[in-house]
Ligand binder design. Structure first.
Ligand SMILES: *Cc1c(COP(=O)(O)O)cnc(C)c1O
Length: 428
């Protein structure tokens, strides 16, 4: 494996040398919970984190490790930890940073489930989130206080056709001495590499494009390895003595690998949000074709969005890949390979017409998922964003009268023909 290889080569080869025991060319599914120790001394060294190796699959597994190595390579990070879902990854990213009484600043434009996780569930841990419009950098600076431990946003956000100015947000995070965490699920590292724009951590729902065909749940946290956890006393989990490991200090001991080691040795050990090796295998298969798929997803999305925008039955299309979008300039500057393949549009006839349209689609599937090879459609306000208030819906880019499309990699003429017939039914 070479660090010099290009993205599409890493996507196939990173983490996946032939199996040393058998020569198996594809990464085997190591379907095992435990690994035999060489002797008592070897076991003790592994448990003390003095030697890296396999103990128990809640912590590490060779198939999962291959995926972690590949994801770190694709995002240009120092290390990665895979976990059981995208939502698990978000908790895993925050866990080493937060504590009772601490807060994070979150973008108002987020996946609906993330808004609920941050506005409701994390309060049970004594954490809280302040939601800020990240286009207002002054408001962002003002929202940061002594207890703020992170800024969280999505690169391309779901579903409102919004793209974040990551370098500008990263600059604010840097000035405040806190990490920027970017959910890169919708962009994937093909369209955006947040760590190169100043982010510290990237989180993914592997469930979406990374696996690519709607088969398994998974998540990951990728660390840049560049944040100085010891520069202040804000991140004691990483900088101070860890009682569970005889006073070991993660940052001092592991340097750029500190966050990843902590995530495995404490996060997976005690929270148990582990990815299983079968799921890791499916995701490894998916990553091999990621570059090709994203190229087609974006090509199709642009054609479909342009066709919809020109149709008199459609009143609005919110996609940063369209010239008419207020975010088109930013998208061209920061996301030159495309603004993703997920967008909203509004149908003449409002809410009623949206519901009829969804019912009339034949090629599109009506499901609560995105980032599939198949084209998918959903009415966000009544499904994925259902827990949100009307104000939160508008802020999140999921208004009551919009349909969200996740454009697949089918032949684009068939995608457009399906929308054409469904629009006729919806507006008849
Ligand atoms: C789906 C999704 C999540 C949650 O991931 P799961 O794998 O469903 O837990 C988080 N963020 C974004 C942007 C998503 O699309």
């Amino acid at each position: 494996m070479s660090d010099d290889w290009h993205f599409d080569t890493q996507a196939i080869h990173a983490g996946a040398a032939p199996d040393p025991a058998t020569g198996a060319r594809q990464v085997p599914i190591y379907q095992t919970t435990a690994y035999q120790f060489k002797d008592a001394d070897h076991a003790a060294r592994l448990f003390n984190l003095q030697e890296v190796g396999y103990i128990y699959s809640r912590l590490t597994n060779p198939t999962v490790q291959a995926l972690q190595t590949r994801l770190a390579a694709l995002e240009g990070g120092a290390g990665a930890v895979a976990c059981s879902s995208g939502h698990a990854a978000q908790i895993m990213a925050l866990f080493p940073l937060m504590g009772p009484g601490r807060n994070l600043i979150a973008s108002t434009r987020l996946y609906g489930g993330t808004v609920t996780q941050f506005s409701q569930t994390i309060r049970r841990f004594g954490w809280s989130a302040k939601f800020v419009d990240l286009d207002d950098l002054d408001a962002l600076r003002e929202a940061i206080d002594d207890d703020t431990r992170a800024i969280f946003c999505e690169s391309i956000s779901n579903p409102g056709g919004y793209v974040t100015d990551l370098p500008a947000v990263a600059e604010v995070a840097d000035a405040a001495g806190i990490p920027l965490i970017v959910d890169n699920t919708l962009a994937t590292p093909v369209l955006c590499r947040p760590l190169e724009m100043g982010a510290t951590l990237v989180v993914h729902s592997l469930t979406k494009y990374l696996t690519g065909n709607g088969t398994v749940m998974g998540g990951a946290v990728i660390d840049s390895g560049k944040f100085d956890w010891s520069a202040s006393d804000k991140f004691p989990s990483l900088s101070a003595e860890e009682p569970a490991y005889h006073g070991l200090k993660f940052h001092e001991t592991f340097g750029p690998a500190a966050f990843t080691f902590h995530s495995i040795a404490i996060g997976l050990r005690d929270l148990g949000m582990t990815l299983n090796p079968q799921a890791a295998h499916y995701t490894l298969m998916g990553t091999e074709t990621l570059g090709l798929r994203m190229q087609r997803h974006v090509e199709n999305a642009v054609k479909v969005a342009e066709w919809l925008e020109a149709d008199p039955r459609v009143t609005e299309v919110s996609y940063a890949g369209l010239k008419s979008s207020p975010y088109n300039d930013r998208a061209q500057r920061l996301y030159p390979r495309g603004a993703g393949a997920i967008f909203n549009f509004k149908v003449k006839g409002g809410y009623e017409a949206c519901v009829k349209l969804i019912g009339a689609l034949k090629l599109f599937s009506h499901v609560a998922n995105l980032g599939d090879t198949r084209s998918l459609a959903i009415h966000s306000a009544s499904t994925t964003h259902r827990q949100l208030t009307p104000e939160q819906l508008e802020a999140a880019g999921a208004p009551l009268d919009a349909v969200r499309l996740s454009i697949g990699i089918e032949n684009v003429e068939d995608i457009i023909a399906d929308l054409d017939q469904a629009l006729s039914t919806a507006t008849a």
